[in-house]
Write a new protein. Structure first.
Length: 258
């Protein structure tokens, strides 16, 4: 059985992947793993970190002269942001101490709040540094070894997108390994060029609604009394409009036209 473990944080020194269960004699090079990490950076809507983060790997153990030894394979992936600034040296230091800027406001849609509640943290960074898309780089490295093992027995694998939201490709042709470069060139990894643009449009049109919630606001009668006071003192108030926000096609609009 093949098993893998990953360690490391998003803005720490590095990520580490340890893979055990690989047979001895499997041909592995750093370039094989580096190529898969390069493919991880592709895709529509990728974050800005993908543009400047460089995945530098080191094979720490389990491989000698390009072949596995049968012992666990250890791969280190450096986080280049760590070396760009001393800020992360202090913020992510393993030495005893405390951060000067704790993150006490969890982000919506992330693991911050549930992680803080589960482990009793008062700093969201203790959660988000691990629950980060950056951690998937270590998984890609481990997966690269699994793909090399499959290749030894003549098995190749690839993936491509056939549906995005309500947009689905109707193409009959399926890609082969010879088409992998073409799939990677598609921003949405769709082998069907005719459907690709429609998928991108579907992403852009997803939109959503925004609800603004206020607290400690005076009741309706108090607001009316305030308006009457302002008007009686010679002031001017043009009006109040129910104006919940709505986003569509990447734009922020008003539900009211007034």
């Amino acid at each position: 059985m093949i098993r893998y473990l990953t360690a490391g944080e998003s803005h720490g020194q590095a990520l580490v992947a340890v893979v055990e269960g690989l047979p001895a004699g499997l041909r592995v090079t750093a370039e094989d793993i580096q190529a898969e990490l390069g493919r991880r950076r592709l895709g529509y809507g990728r974050g800005p970190r993908q543009r400047f983060e460089v995945d530098e790997i080191e094979l720490l153990g389990g491989i000698r002269h390009g072949r596995t030894l049968g012992s666990p394979v250890s791969i280190l992936i450096k986080n280049t942001e760590w070396f760009r600034s001393d800020v992360w040296h202090e913020e992510m230091s393993p030495a005893p101490g405390a951060t000067k800027k704790p993150l006490t406001q969890p982000r919506p849609g992330h693991a911050d709040l549930s992680g803080m509640q589960k482990y009793g943290f008062d700093d969201a960074r203790d959660v988000l540094e691990r629950a980060s898309a950056r951690e998937t780089a270590a998984r890609v490295a481990a997966g690269a070894l699994a793909k090399l093992l499959l290749r030894e027995i003549g098995v190749d694998v690839l993936s491509h997108v056939i549906q995005m939201g309500s947009v689905r490709s109707t193409a009959v042709a399926r890609p082969t390994m010879a088409d992998l470069a073409k799939v990677d060139e598609s921003p949405v990894r769709c082998f069907d060029e005719k459907t690709q643009d429609a998928m991108i449009a579907e992403i852009e049109a997803a939109g959503g609604k925004v609800r603004f919630v206020q607290t400690n606001v005076a009741d309706e009668q108090s607001v009316k009394d305030f308006i009457e006071t302002v008007v009686s003192q010679g002031g001017r108030l043009d009006g109040l409009v129910n104006n919940a926000g709505i986003t569509r096609d990447g734009l922020i609009m008003r539900m009211s036209t007034k």
